[in-house]
Design a binder for this molecule. Structure first.
Ligand SMILES: Nc1nc2c(ncn2[C@@H]2O[C@H](COP(=O)(O)OP(=O)(O)OP(=O)(O)O)[C@@H](O)[C@H]2O)c(=O)[nH]1
Ligand SMILES: [Mg+2]
Length: 807
């Protein structure tokens, strides 16, 4: 059986069915998307059993938790979130991802496909705490959604499929959380699933994530026999009655020697090793344990242990591990308790910049949505100060002042109007037309200047001489697109409508890029993957009423050079009565470290004054010349440019300097020995032993590089790299090589290393040279398909030469 990423369990005997039929069945099975929502209305109390969204409490900041739920696709994030909202009392019934009626998967595409596409925020209270929670997507195409949420959250719950442990995308989101220093809790979900193994999942956290798991719970039974969990800290067992239906009620009983001697023994052992582990990581706790309780760890009070676990979690020295089954309604309430107990409040996180604001407003815009009636809705994380409706705010990035008309609290697609919101919360604002993802918001220009002065006094950052620049909160890193395709409106007259739709969609989703093909004039969509582009296409149709046509999907390649070359160029032009003269000589060479932008250096002989006067024009010229490489017209990366001489006649315009330098760089790139770079994906395929060889053969045909074959219970796990171009329509390939296999329809455990290429350009990140293949591995070009309409380029690749053969 294939378990390629365990999408909704959907076993089909393939010998009687082709792929198209399966797709049709899936579609039919999704036609019952309920239209009515089953959660509380913002209009007030709608029944005694459901809380009104207006009743959400506003506790002091130490009782606020901003958390995200992150994981590999299908780990059960949305199912867990749905249970969390239900148990906290904001919905009347439990939604199901497979029925398309969960609170947080509210987009039509999410409901139809049963996957999360965009992050959704909900606010609720739990035992006196206010929790702002964001459910994120697990699919690799929507990595940006995870990135921008983690940027503003204080803690995260990493959900795992207990039968699979750490999967490919778990690793990616884990690294993202590391980057933002986010304390985490692990929730081993799907303990009810066949093949679920608590120990295996914990080991994989230890091995693959290099994290130190703190086992706070033990499962009672596994797979079919899973009934509940043991609370190791309190030595109690929590049992969910299988007849209780929604799992709201469960029994919490102390473990007794008389009734559970074995379980008690196991729990005491686990507790003792937990105490040792925490004592190793926390000096204060070590002093306590070794002083008062050295004779008997059993007497260590649960509260002391919990406080120490909180400190260790906050310091990111270890991660608490809990388990349960969201689908079977077990283990979610203790998870919520752990969120409030172990994850930090906003004031426990270190935000050094807060001291510059002295209580004035400082917020970061991390997401923009377009609402047909209300216009752009901007999600803000408030770091300091208070937000109120009708407030004028200053956008530091855009240096503009805007007025916010309304302030809302998000509850998935429901929004509750509120009079004010304080620091540490997540707000939704109406009326900010210019603000985009990653912008820093302060109360006024003068407040920005005052903060900038304080920032300037406090620390002198090299290169941050501009006052506004020192105030910018680190925005959200936008990954580079890896796929592109042309998009055409139904008629030329509809082009402005399409441009408008794409404009809005780009504002919502910065990982979507739109450009115009210089050769054909066609609009080109650049996205993170097949699904990403498909969803954008669908949204244009549903939300903007435009039936558009997509060209064939192509992989976004990169180019680089392999040797150093010098080039000279002269531009001598008289325009009107003015002579413009520029002569540039420069050298292009392979960069020392991987970098998506060209590194620019100046030889000593180039006059400093000259460089200062034309630096902007020179740098723009170099970067724009590197946008279109000489081989495929793809961006050139890992290259360094040294300017050896520059002659500019007085009166020459900067546009001419730009044109000359740009031409000179292009000349050098053309002269150099070149290489096409291809994005690779890391791939993990789980397969039963009998299908291992056809899968290996298929991967070999796809130019795959197999790194490891692991044994996981009864299955084999193939781990390796495959060029992204070969992964298109991978499912069909799998069907061909193992036609009699049952399989679970779905997505693959893919991680685009292109994303890590982006990471590697940041300081402190080690480069990953294996992420690109050179031309020798590229093989013959297979995807040079002719675009449907006005055909444009069609190219053939053989080793390092590329021929453009007309259009
Ligand atoms: N057996 C079992 N299945 C579960 C459990 N939790 C979720 N599932 C199923 O796993 C599938 C995926 O669940 P989701 O909640 O959509 O997972 P997700 O992590 O939100 O998925 P994406 O958002 O698309 O990445 C659904 O078919 C769920 O019914 C569980 O505890 N046990
Ligand atoms: Mg989901």
């Amino acid at each position: 059986m294939f378990a390629v990423s365990n999408r909704k369990v959907f076993s089909v005997p393939l010998n009687t069915m082709c792929y198209c039929k399966i797709k049709a069945i899936l579609k039919r099975s999704k036609t019952r998307v309920p239209l009515r929502r089953n959660y509380s209305s913002p209009a007030g109390v709608i029944g005694n059993d459901v809380k009104s969204l207006h009743s959400i409490i506003s506790p002091p900041i130490e009782k606020i938790r901003n958390i995200g739920i992150m994981a590999h696709i299908d780990a059960g994030k949305t199912t867990t979130t749905e249970r969390i909202i239900y148990y906290s009392g904001y919905t009347r019934s439990l939604g199901d991802v497979d029925d398309g009626d969960t609170v947080t998967d509210f987009m039509a595409q999410e409901r139809e496909r049963g996957i999360t596409i965009q992050s959704a925020a909900v606010t609720f209270d739990w035992k006196g705490y206010r929790v702002n929670l964001i459910d994120t997507p697990g699919h690799v195409d929507f990595t940006l959604e995870v990135e921008r949420c983690l940027r503003v959250l204080d803690g995260a719950v990493a959900v795992f499929d207990a039968s699979a442990g750490v999967e490919a995308q778990t690793l990616t989101v884990w690294k993202q959380a590391d980057k933002h220093n986010i304390p985490r809790i692990c929730f081993l979900n799907k303990m009810d699933k066949t093949g679920a193994s608590f120990n295996y999942a914990v080991e994989s956290i230890r091995e693959k994530l290099k994290a130190k798991p703190l086992i706070l719970q033990l499962p009672i039974g596994e797979a079919r026999t899973f009934q509940g969990v043991v609370d190791v800290v309190n030595k109690e067992k929590l049992l969910w009655n299988s007849n209780s239906g929604d799992g709201k009620d469960f029994e919490r009983k102390p473990l007794l020697k008389t009734s559970d001697p074995e379980l008690l023994k196991e729990t005491i052992e686990a507790r003792n090793s937990l105490i040792e582990q925490v004592a190793d990581l926390d000096d204060e706790f070590a002093d306590l344990v070794l002083g008062e309780f050295s004779d008997n760890f059993d007497l260590v009070p649960a509260e002391k242990l919990q406080t120490a676990i909180h400190r260790v979690t906050l310091a990111r020295a270890a991660v608490p591990v809990l388990c349960g089954s969201a689908l079977k309604n077990k283990g979610v309430q203790p998870l919520l308790d752990a969120v409030t107990m172990y994850l930090p409040s906003p004031e426990e996180r270190e935000y050094g910049f807060l001291q510059w604001y002295k209580g004035d407003l400082c917020a970061l815009a991390f997401k923009v949505l377009h609402d047909k009636q209300r216009g752009p809705l901007v999600f803000l994380r408030i770091y300091s100060g208070t937000l109120k409706p009708q407030l004028a705010i200053h956008n530091v990035n855009r240096n503009c002042t805007e007025r916010m008309s309304r302030l809302l609290l998000p509850f998935a697609d429901q929004h509750v109007e509120i009079p004010s919101l304080t620091a540490g919360n997540i707000a939704l604002t109406v009326g900010l037309k210019q603000t985009a993802t990653g912008d820093t918001i302060v109360s006024s220009k003068s407040s920005a200047l005052a903060a900038a002065r304080r920032a300037g006094r406090g620390e002198k950052k090299p290169g941050k001489n501009n006052e506004a620049e020192s105030l910018l909160l680190a925005g959200v890193e936008i990954p580079e697109p890896v796929f592109f395709c042309t998009i055409e409106p139904p008629s030329v007259a509809k082009q402005p409508d399409l441009d408008h739709a794409l404009d809005r969609l780009q504002r919502e989703d910065p990982s979507l890029k739109v450009r115009i093909d210089p050769d054909s004039g066609q609009t080109v969509l650049c996205g993170m993957g097949e699904l990403h582009i498909e969803i954008i296409h669908d949204r244009i149709k549903r939300e903007y009423g435009l039936e558009t046509y997509l060209g064939p999907l192509q992989v976004a390649y990169r180019e680089t050079i392999l040797n150093s070359v010098r080039a000279t160029d002269t531009l001598d032009r008289t325009l009107g009565d003015k002579r413009h003269f520029v002569r540039a000589e420069l050298e292009a060479r392979p960069g020392e470290a991987p970098s998506s932008r060209a590194v620019i250096e100046y030889a000593d002989c180039v006059s400093e004054d000259l460089v200062q006067a034309s630096q902007e024009a020179i740098e723009n010229a170099v970067h724009s010349a590197c946008l279109q490489g000489p081989l495929l017209g793809s961006p050139v990366q890992d290259v360094a440019i040294t300017l050896h001489s520059l002659m500019i006649h007085p009166g020459t315009s900067t546009t001419m300097v730009n044109a000359c330098v740009s031409r000179c760089v292009q000349k050098a790139l053309k002269k150099a020995e070149k290489q096409v770079l291809e994005p690779l994906m890391s791939l993990e395929v789980t397969v039963t032993g009998d299908y291992l060889s056809p899968v290996l053969a298929d991967l070999a045909q796809r130019r795959g590089n197999i790194q490891e074959i692991q044994t996981r219970q009864d299955s084999k796990v193939v781990i390796g790299f495959v060029p992204l171009a070969e992964m298109m329509f991978f499912l069909l390939g799998i069907l061909n090589c193992a036609p009699n296999a049952d399989f679970r329809l779905g997505y693959f455990c893919l991680r685009i290393l292109y994303l890590s290429s982006h990471e590697s350009s940041r300081p402190n990140c080690s480069a990953q040279p294996e992420k690109w293949f050179g031309p020798s591995a590229l093989g013959p070009w297979k995807h040079g398909k002719m675009p449907r309409k006005k055909t444009c380029t069609c190219f053939v690749l053989s080793k390092s030469d590329v021929l453009f053969i007309g259009w």
